[in-house]
Design a protein around this ligand. Sequence first.
Ligand code: AMP
Length: 363
Amino acid sequence: MAHTILTINAGSSSLKFALFAGNGERLHKGAFEIGALSHDDAMRELLAQITSLGLPAFTAAGHRVVHGGQHFTSPVRVNDDILTALEKLTPLAPLHQPHNLHPITALKKLMPNLPQVACFDTAFHATQSATTRRYALPRALEAEGVKRYGFHGLSYEYIAQKLAQLDPAAADRRVIVAHLGNGASLCAMRHGKSIDTTLGFSALDGLVMGTRCGTLDPEIVLYLQREKGMSIETIEDLLYRRSGLLGVSGISSDMRELQASEETSAKEAVELFVFRAVREMGALIASLGGLDDLVFTAGIGEHSATIRSQISKGIGWLGASIDEAANLRATTVINTEESAVNLWMIPTDEEAMIARHTAAVIA
Ligand code: AMP
């Protein structure tokens, strides 16, 4: 039987959902602001919306769950034991995991027999080597889970599949995908699998993000506590919500606003975003032993020709050469014919990936 699948991507401020037919076609999508609405209410609203629009009833639900920890390295059908195990991972992603799990519980109350599948943002990176995932900390910490996990896995997996469709030979080349959105990271891929990524233990590492700091000298955290007497909560707020593009510009976390601004601090924030993306790319190019393909995706990667151009120029030393006209038109292929690196712009679709996984798990 072909299932109709509901996908849910729930965060701290919004709950995005979509409905997919058995053939993968997207029938509907929507979003709720959480805060004004509880997860339980959002779920009831969602069911009412689907009914009132005359859409087919869904027969399974797939959820984006940020953390799969050390054990969940592929999507899984959720039962009570699994839900308990996923709740136990909350210390690894305290700001995200509870929001991801609430809709599972809420939906279970309303539709106890509905098959529900958890799809993890960490799972795609499970193919990385132990060395890649290790921090140079005492071993006991690694055993309890202090290691590099990486995120944006559903986006990377979608792009890996899409790239293989567009150019089957690409899978055998050295590929970097730049997921540049409000959250941002890079993933180095070989044979369609993750071999390195810029996010690590948490969603704070690597690139400059909308409001998150990216790579930081850990001593800064000690300094903030020791010299400024900041509490854990204050530091968490500073690193997750007041840093990144917002912190540096003092204006906005939104790349559009910064690019439109004449303020020096806005220009400096954009400059740092590009500088750090290129610098981190250098590290991943070394992990891959070179670079054949670079894919831009997510909000900034899909919509900002300027950022694509600046980052591509940052790897001009590798022979990357962007076709500015194609880049402005935002075609799929944006490199010149002479370019030593294939440059791509491919829109991501995490919800489609969740739907595919959910269909496969319940089949
Ligand atoms: P996402 O998290 O993938 O939805 O991406 C959100 C980011 O994409 C925000 O920083 C937006 O400012 C940025 N974005 C969306 N559209 C544009 C655009 N046309 N130009 C520059 N940035 C954009």
